[in-house]
Structure formats: structure tokens, C-alpha cells
Design a protein around this ligand. Sequence first.
Ligand code: KDG
Ligand code: MG
Length: 402
Amino acid sequence: MKIRDAKVFVCCPGRNFVTLKIWTDQGIYGLGDATLNGRELAVASYLSDHVIPCLIGRDPSQTEDIWQYLYRGAYWRRGPVTMSAIAAVDMALWDIKGKALNTPVYNLLGGKSRTGVLVYGHANGQDIEQTVDEVAKYKEMGYLAIRAQTGIPGLPSTYGVAGDKLFYEPAEKGLPPENSWSTEKYLLHVPKLFEALRLKFGDDLHLLHDVHHRLIPIEAARLGKSLEPHHLFWLEDAVTAELQEGFRIIRKHTTTPLAVGEVFNAVWDAHILITEQLIDYLRMTVVHSGGLTHLKKIAALAEIYHVRTGSHGATDLSPVAMAAALHFDISVNNFGIQEYMRHTKETDEVFPHAYSFANGYLHPGDSPGLGVDYDEVLGAKLPYERAYLPVNRKLDGTMFNW
Ligand code: KDG
Ligand code: MG
């Protein structure tokens, strides 16, 4: 079998998605997600201008060799653009492999290690009362794990508090909007949210929280300590993690489980965090971290150090990435949890898929390959629209983390 052709599709069913389609000379095609929120066209160009010409004529079953060819062969390594492009190729090749062998991709990764993939949904409100109501709604939908975010008194806008409650989408059309931030106000308010949630829902529900990189280690340590009575499933992205060693400080002070890594791209972004057991969950995803070929190696390393997976699964990961994530999640032993922000009906129509949600779990379905398709005709009617994630400033105007 040989790769005959490949093409990049950019569409916008309410938000932008970049999809790679690879055709073989035997009539089989595979799909890969290459969406990088707010920087979509950079990955599209990387693929079309630099990667696709090198793929034509290759044997698509050589997933390892093609991965190494694109990673080592480029000379320029790592980074979100490169690793999202490699991921898209890798996903599409695993999709082809599964279709050619007439089996779901999870069977090629070791088979099912569990009956379903535990997921968490997003509940958020302008204030604690509204967030409690939103958590109740997610509980009613069957979720067993829920991430809770709330507006902070005195701040006009806060990360994770959206207009649309079910289909939260952080990117906005036009130029980047600006959020504001106060560490002092945040640290005083968040423990009150989780106190209210435990009071209302008891101890059984898994609760998660995302700090979105907005603290420094000693502040994160204080937050982790103050949340210990409410036993979170995890505290996510407590600090930025370019400095992996920073997590030593947090770890020294709190037993609240720590998750990080949705912006990581390669094992070298996480090797200290893993080998020093500074985190409990790694949030790296199949789309921004080099595809299944790289992620399964990272999971194998993490398994040795008691670190579990907790893949990013926001709406900016297309259903192609979600499908690939589910095949990964169901197969690795050290799976922890999968984020699941629902896509809109409009998005699901462009990407018909075999995965489904029931009673707090996602199931990848049994279709050969990844079990997801791309409607080219519909996609062509929904052209790219420039959109950005917000930027964040402290109350005195200082640029801060988003
Ligand atoms: O593209 C960035 C979003 O996916 C991110 O902000 C969402 O933090 C996020 C999360 O945990 O889903
Ligand atoms: Mg996050």
C-alpha cells in the first residue's frame, strides 16, 4: 500500500478546525486533526507546504518510521506547530492501519483495558450559586466527574466562565479579547466554591478545577492546601510549566493531586515532572503532542512513575482528535480521566463519529480505524474565520498568563 495523495481542510462550523486527509492507492483514507487554537493556518501551511510533498509514495503502515522521519528529519524539533502537524499525519496513518486491518485502532494499541472512558464535563457560573446549579445540571446528564469554575468578585471576567454553558468556547472572532486577573481575590474565593459544592453534593462526585497557569508555585501550594478538605480529583495547570522544577515547591506542601500538560508537545516538556513524581495526571493530548505514536511512549514512561493520563479534550480539539484520544484512553493501563467538552451539533454534522456518551463514560465505538469521518461538502461551505484566545492582564495592566 502507498500514500497516493493528502490534503488539508480548514472549516469553521462555529469554530475553526484543521483536518488532514490521506488517501492510499488502495482506496482507503485516514483522517488526522491538526487544529491549534488561534494559530490554525500555521499548521495548515506546515502540512501543505512542507510535509505532504514528503509523504506521497510512502507505505502508510510505517507509522514509526514516518514519525521519526518528520521529527528527526525536519532538524527543527518540538513546538506546537511542528508537533500538531506530525500528530495529524500520525492519526491519519493509524486510521488507515485500522481500516486496512478492519479493526478499531484500540485493538492495535493493546486492546481494551476497560469497559468505558471516564470523562469530566465543565460547569461554570458567574458566581458560586450559579456554578452549583451548573454542576447539578451536569450531574443530571450523568457525569461522574465535573470541573467547576466560578467568576471572581471584583474581576470583570474570569477564565472558564462562559456565556454558553454547554458549548463553552474560549476563542473569539476578531482580535484577542482581554481578561483581567487578581491572584489575591482568586485565592480567597475558590475554596468557598468547593466548600459549597461538597456541602450540596457530598463526597462521591469527582470535582476538578483549572487554575489556567495563573499562580506561582508557593501560591499554588497555598491553594492546594486550602482545597485538601474538599478532596479534588485534580488541580489543573496551577502554574506555567516551562520550569518543571517549580512543581517541587507545590508538591512539598500539598496532597491535592496535580494535573498539567495541555500545552505540552513532547516528552521533554514533562520528563522531570514524571520521573520526580511531581504530578499525578498528565494532560498531553494526541493532537498537540505528536499523535498516538508519541503519546503511547509518554504514557508508558508515566506508568512507571505512578502518573496517570488525563488528556485535554476541549472544543478546539476536533472530533477526530477526540476519537483518537478515546482509542488511546481505553487501551492504556494508566488511564486517569478524559476531558469532554461537547461539540455543537453543527460540528458533529461535519465530523460524523462512532463514539458516544453514556452514564459518565465515553465509548470509542467499534468501527474500523478511528471511527470518525469528515464531510468535505459541508466543510467547504464553512470557511475559516479568524479567531483568538483571550489575553490576560493583572489589574495594573501587566501582561499575565492565559
Ligand atoms: O485552546 C485552549 C483551550 O482548549 C483551553 O483553554 C481549555 O484550559 C482548557 C481546558 O482545560 O480545557
Ligand atoms: Mg485547562
